[in-house]
Ligand binder design. Structure first.
Ligand code: UTP
Length: 299
C-alpha cells in the first residue's frame, strides 16, 4: 500500500537563467559549474540519496543537455578508460548514472522558482516531497534534509530551512516570522516575505534552498500570481500555507540550520566554496593549502 505520509521523491529545480554568473552560464546551467571536479548538482543529488530519496526529478530549462548527459552513461568514454585499465576514473564516470532514478521535466520559460516546482506536480502526485535547489550546497557532514523529513513526520504540513544572516543581508533572501516550539531547532513559521528591505524584515532568519513540501503547495501555486520580480514565488505559496490548518495543507515549520551552506550561484560564494572543498580534499589539500598560504602572504 502507498504511504501518503512518507517522503520518497526529490525535486531539483535547475531551470533558472543564472544571470549572476554570465557569461559562464550562457550555454551551461549554473548547476553544472564544477566545485573542484564535480558539478554542483551532483553534490545535491548525492545529498537527496543520502537522505533516502532515490527518485529525483530535475526541472530543467533550455540548456538541459549537459545535465542529462552528466547523469547518463557515457559508453565511448567508459570503453576508452576500460581499455586503459583506469578503474578509478571509470568508477567516477559511472557514479552519477548509478546514484538514483532520475526523471526530467522541462520548464518552458523561467517564470520563477514557484513555477518550477509546479512543473513537478504530475510526477509527484499526492505525496509530500523534498525540494533541493540545484545551486545550493549543504555540507554532507550536516544532515539537514533528514531532520526536515523528521519534522514533517512529526508536525505534518511543510518544512523550510532557515539560516541566520546579518541584518544587512536579509534583503537578499526570503525571510520568516517565527515562534518557538518545544524543540530548540524547530520553529513555527507565522509569516514569510521575499527579499524584504532590512528595516521591514520580520527576522534575520533567511530561507535557504531546502524544502519538504506538502502536495497542497501545487493547488496554492496554481492560484499564486507573479510576485516580486514578476516571478511566481515559492515563498508566496508557503506564506499562504503558513496561515492554514493541517486539514488544508498547513502549517509551515522551520528547521534552524547552523551548519555549513554554500550558495554556488553567487560568484564570491562560488569561489569560497571551491577553495574550501579543495582544502578539505585529501588528494588536493596537502598541496593546495601551502600554495594558498604562500599566495596570501605575497599579496
Ligand atoms: P535563483 O533565483 O538563484 O536562480 O533560483 P536564477 O534566476 O537562475 O539566478 P540569477 O539571479 O539569475 O543568477 C534558485 C533556484 O531555482 C531555480 C534555479 O535554477 C535555482 O536552482 N529556478 C529559478 C528555476 O528552476 N526556474 C526559475 O524560473 C527560476
Amino acid at each position: 500500500m502507498t504511504d501518503f505520509h512518507s517522503v520518497t521523491k526529490a525535486v531539483v529545480p535547475a531551470a533558472g537563467l543564472g544571470t549572476r554568473f554570465l557569461p559562464a552560464t550562457k550555454a551551461t546551467p549554473k548547476e553544472m559549474l564544477p566545485i573542484v571536479d564535480k558539478p554542483a548538482i551532483q553534490y545535491v543529488v548525492e545529498e537527496a540519496v543520502s537522505a533516502g530519496l532515490l527518485d529525483v526529478l530535475m526541472v530543467t530549462g533550455k540548456n538541459k543537455r549537459s545535465i542529462e548527459d552528466h547523469f547518463d552513461r557515457a559508453i565511448e568514454l567508459e570503453d576508452v578508460l576500460e581499455a586503459k585499465g583506469d578503474d578509478e576514473r571509470l568508477s567516477k564516470v559511472r557514479e552519477p548514472a548509478d546514484l538514483a532514478t532520475l526523471h526530467y521535466v522541462r520548464q518552458g520559460e523561467p517564470r520563477g522558482l514557484g513555477h518550477a516546482v509546479l512543473c513537478a506536480k504530475q510526477h509527484v502526485g499526492d505525496h509530500p516531497f523534498a525540494c533541493l535547489l540545484g545551486d545550493d550546497l549543504i555540507d554532507q557532514r550536516d544532515e539537514l534534509l533528514k531532520r526536515m523529513i523528521e519534522v514533517r513526520q512529526t508536525h505534518g504540513g511543510s518544512v523550510i530551512a532557515l539560516m541566520e544572516v546579518p541584518q544587512e543581508q536579509v534583503s537578499l533572501y526570503g525571510c520568516a516570522a517565527i515562534e518557538p516550539t518545544s524543540d530548540d531547532d524547530v520553529v513555527r513559521v507565522t509569516d514569510l516575505v521575499e527579499k524584504p528591505p532590512a528595516d521591514e524584515a520580520p527576522s534575520n532568519w533567511a530561507i535557504i534552498g531546502r524544502y519538504v513540501l506538502d502536495p497542497a503547495v501545487f493547488e496554492v501555486l496554481e492560484n499564486t500570481g507573479p510576485g516580486r520580480g514578476g516571478e511566481i514565488q515559492l515563498t508566496d505559496a508557503l506564506r499562504t500555507l503558513a496561515g492554514r490548518g493541517e486539514d488544508e495543507g498547513g502549517p509551515v515549520h522551520g528547521v534552524l540550520f547552523r551548519g555549513r551552506r554554500y550558495d554556488t550561484g553567487d560568484k564570491l560564494e562560488y569561489l569560497r566554496t571551491v577553495v574550501k572543498f579543495a582544502a578539505d580534499r585529501p588528494d588536493l589539500g596537502p598541496d593546495f593549502l601551502p600554495w594558498l598560504k604562500e599566495f596570501l602572504a605575497s599579496r
